[in-house]
Write a protein of this length. Structure first.
Length: 292
């Protein structure tokens, strides 16, 4: 039986891993922790926790994800996304644990024409991206047995995310402004959870850096339009706006599109198309009745 530590287990991704877990209950035991049980910024406690538990894998879902707030809380963002990850890497090294770490499209500056591959040089343009890149670097410098999986535009039936915000706003407003000059790929956290757990289940030894999001590339404006279309909400009007008309504390990359080719080929993976995954989540959020 493999023993797997899930950190940040009450976040979107952690909750989705809990949903996937029963499928492999014969071969994997999951231990769920969040901030209260295991604060990854506390080196001593992290080390002791690893020492006492004899994990085979750690899937790190713990992160500071408040992209705009990170511009004010720089130390906190780095403490969790960089130093916290370093503590996990140190414990993984000490107790021979395979680390599966989740990172972000925000490590890129978004200036590339075309999709980003794993070979492209990161160049973050905000604090969140810089803190996540530092976390990646610690893992790569310290470990041989790791997976770093960069993902983008994560949503799910849990927590706060773009899909849930759009559904809420559609009940409150007649029109909404959404940016159309930032493009990327949405990721259903449930699909990502399936992929991460499959790395454990299949005992993959293809360690390294990979990209994972749903297939298809769109703007936030197109994402909003599809949410309203699938939710059969015809009363809300979407105004497509440019990023400069919606200034935010953190600058966002214009292009967040990442190639999934390496991931698909290495793991013989069929990644769901974004509109199909969106349908699955909308059924969970609003049931089947409103959906077209
Ligand atoms: N959300 C996105 O759009 C997005 C995009 C690209 C990449 N990612 C990456 O995907 C991963 C999962 O994201 P997510 O959306 O599931 O994030 P999330 O919902 O914000 O979950 C993160 C979890 O980590 C916990 N946490 C924070 N500080 C911690 C600490 N010191 N020790 C232990 N746990 C701590 C949080 O607890 P509190 O809630 O109490 O703080 C939360 O439960 C992250 O690595 C993130 O950077 C996310």
């Amino acid at each position: 039986m493999l023993k797997v530590l899930i950190t940040g287990a009450y976040g979107q991704l952690g909750c989705c891993i809990r949903d996937v877990a029963p499928l492999c209950k014969e071969s994997i035991t999951f231990v769920y922790t969040d901030f209260l049980e295991l604060d990854i910024t506390n080196y001593e406690k992290t080390n002791v926790y690893f020492k006492e538990n004899e994990f085979d894998y750690c899937i790190n879902c713990a992160a500071y994800t408040a992209v705009d707030k990170a511009e004010e809380e720089i130390d906190k963002a780095f403490s969790i996304n960089a130093e916290g990850v370093k503590h996990l890497a140190e414990s993984c090294l000490a107790y021979d644990v395979i680390l599966i770490h989740v990172s972000t499209d925000f490590v890129f500056d978004g200036l590339k024409l075309g999709v980003y591959t794993e070979k492209d040089k990161p160049n973050p343009i905000n604090t969140y991206g810089a803190s996540k890149l530092k976390g990646e670097q610690y893992v790569q410098d310290m470990l041989d047995k790791y997976f770093i999986v960069r993902t983008s535009w994560v949503y799910s039936e849990y927590g706060q995310n773009f899909v849930k915000t759009m559904l809420r706003l559609s009940n409150e407003r007649d029109e909404i402004n959404v940016v159309s000059d930032q493009v990327g790929s949405p990721t259903y956290a449930g699909d990502l959870a399936n992929f991460l757990v499959s790395l454990v289940f299949n005992k993959s030894k293809d360690f390294g850096l990979y990209h994972y999001s749903n297939l298809g590339e769109i703007s936030w404006c197109e994402f909003a339009a599809e949410i309203f279309k699938q939710a059969n909400n015809t009363s809300i009007n979407i105004n497509s706006i440019k990023s400069k008309a919606y200034p935010t504390p953190a600058i966002r990359p214009k292009n967040s599109c990442m190639s999934k080719e390496l991931t698909q080929q290495t793991f013989k993976l069929e990644i769901p198309y974004w509109t199909d995954s969106l349908s699955k989540v909308l059924v969970k959020l609003i049931g089947g009745t409103n959906l077209i």
